[in-house]
Design a protein around this ligand. Structure first.
Ligand code: HOZ
Length: 436
């Protein structure tokens, strides 16, 4: 399936130009491939399960724009919806019917969202949700978990996952100590640590925010009873539980991890799939909290492009297709992802490599460690140089994985058994070279 690889002269030329335009040649750090080495291809187009680079090479896409592309690239219904909306203009900065159309679709699968507000990114969604939680409780501190990433707002870049973990930095310069000190970063999957934090900072913690299934430290699943335990402790302590479903929303089930695990969140943040690949996020939840937002209440939050009509159209088309196929699409995603993820893990074992597979539905990570991986510390034991070699080898064979050990991979509904076989064969070839 994968085309033979040659030189990437056009990508190299574009990269050189980009380095004179953007810091590090990129508009988001993970795109620079610093953690895996090799030259990042420039994407020219995508279709279904495939990407083509500027030199005309084809890749099986296993990162799906970091999550949004659950239907595959350039899905006809999504393309048509965007084109139709664009013919009526790209932006108004005034309310449109499309905002209600997408909100009703969200609320149909997230019954706990009684009110929501659209924003333009996951970062905006989590940042706004935290402001709301602080206003609701009159408290300043928040709890997050090591390796979880909730966007790049100041207070959330503390022991964060994603690009921060990828680059091996503890946080970010430019975040005032006064702000960072209000964020308590605890180990994921450790309820006792949360109870201890609430005991130490009694009456000071506004919210606990988490990825219910972590994607940004690689894929890490919640242990038995962990999510229910967080709900119990936060309720007992008068703190809000904010479930960040930017990655998992609409992916693990129609109603995301919230539906899958029966989580009773105070606030939920959404993004990625929500906008069908266009910039879009949302936060929502109980009306008693959401009605504290301006213009009803004292919590200010705003955005010129919030509820952008093209993003609303792409989101509606995406959620409509997921809803129309809900009886089959999640089962199909589960089956293809299981076959691919387990096929590669098996190939690694046969090559004598220590690889731990973490997977839930269509998101997964092969950690280059004997495992288990249930928190960030364990993920960080992975052999990142082996992962880098694996990444480069796969890319050369036409398989594009997320360029970091600390990011989840994603499958789309456009991937089928042909792509599964091609990825497993490519991995066998790469692992064969490891042991050669
Ligand atoms: N937020 C994405 C998932 N970790 C990464 C994308 C990026 O930082 O560019």
């Amino acid at each position: 399936m994968a085309t033979e690889m040659g030189t990437r002269t056009e990508s190299r030329r574009l990269q050189e130009r980009a380095e004179g335009l953007f810091p590090g040649g990129v508009n988001s750090p993970v795109r620079a491939f610093r953690a895996v080495g090799g030259e990042p291809p420039f994407v020219a187009r995508g279709q279904g399960a495939y990407l083509w680079d500027a030199d005309g090479r084809r890749y099986i896409d296993c990162f799906g724009s970091w999550g949004p592309m659950i239907l595959g690239h350039a899905h006809p219904a999504v393309v048509e919806a965007i084109a139709r909306a664009a013919r009526d203009s790209a932006s108004f900065g005034a309310s449109t019917a499309a905002e209600g159309d997408l909100a009703e679709r969200v609320m149909a699968v997230y019954p706990g969202i009684e009110r929501l507000r659209f924003v333009s990114s996951g970062t905006e969604a989590t940042m706004s949700a935290l402001r709301l939680a602080r206003a609701a409780t009159g408290r300043k501190r928040i709890v997050k978990f090591e390796g979880c990433y909730h966007g790049h707002a100041d207070g959330l870049l503390v022991k964060a996952g994603s690009g921060v973990a990828t680059l091996g930095i503890p946080g970010s310069a430019g975040v005032p100590e006064e702000i960072a000190s209000l964020t308590l970063a605890l180990p994921y999957n450790d309820l006792a640590a949360v109870e201890a934090a609430f005991a130490e900072y009694a009456g000071e913690i506004a919210a606990v925010i988490l990825e219910p299934v972590v994607g940004n430290a690689g894929c890490i699943l919640p242990g038995e009873g962990y999510l229910a335990g967080l709900r119990r402790v936060t309720a007992e302590q008068g703190a809000l539980l904010i479930v960040d479903e930017v990655m998992t929303g609409f992916r693990l089930a129609p109603g995301g991890a919230t539906e899958l695990y029966g989580i009773d969140a105070d606030l939920i943040t959404l993004g990625k799939i929500l906008g069908g690949g266009l910039p879009c996020g949302a936060f929502g939840g109980r009306r008693r909290w959401m009605d504290m937002l301006a213009p009803l209440g004292p919590v200010y939050q705003a955005g010129t492009l919030s509820g952008n009509p093209l993003a609303m159209a792409a989101g509606c088309a995406t959620l409509d297709d997921l809803a129309a196929r809900r009886e089959t699409i999640y089962a199909q995603l589960e089956a293809t992802t299981r076959a691919m993820a387990e096929g590669v893990a098996q190939a690694a074992r046969e090559a004598g490599l220590a690889v731990t597979l973490n997977r839930l539905g269509s998101m997964w990570t092969w950690f280059f460690t004997s495992g288990p991986v249930t928190n960030y510390d364990q993920a960080a034991r992975s052999d990142v140089s082996k992962f880098g070699a694996f990444h480069r080898g796969m890319l050369e064979r036409g398989v594009w994985l997320p360029p970091s050990q600390f990011e989840a991979a994603f499958m789309s509904a456009a991937h089928g058994l042909a792509e599964v076989d091609a990825v497993v064969s490519a991995a066998r070839a790469v692992f064969g070279q490891f042991s050669a």
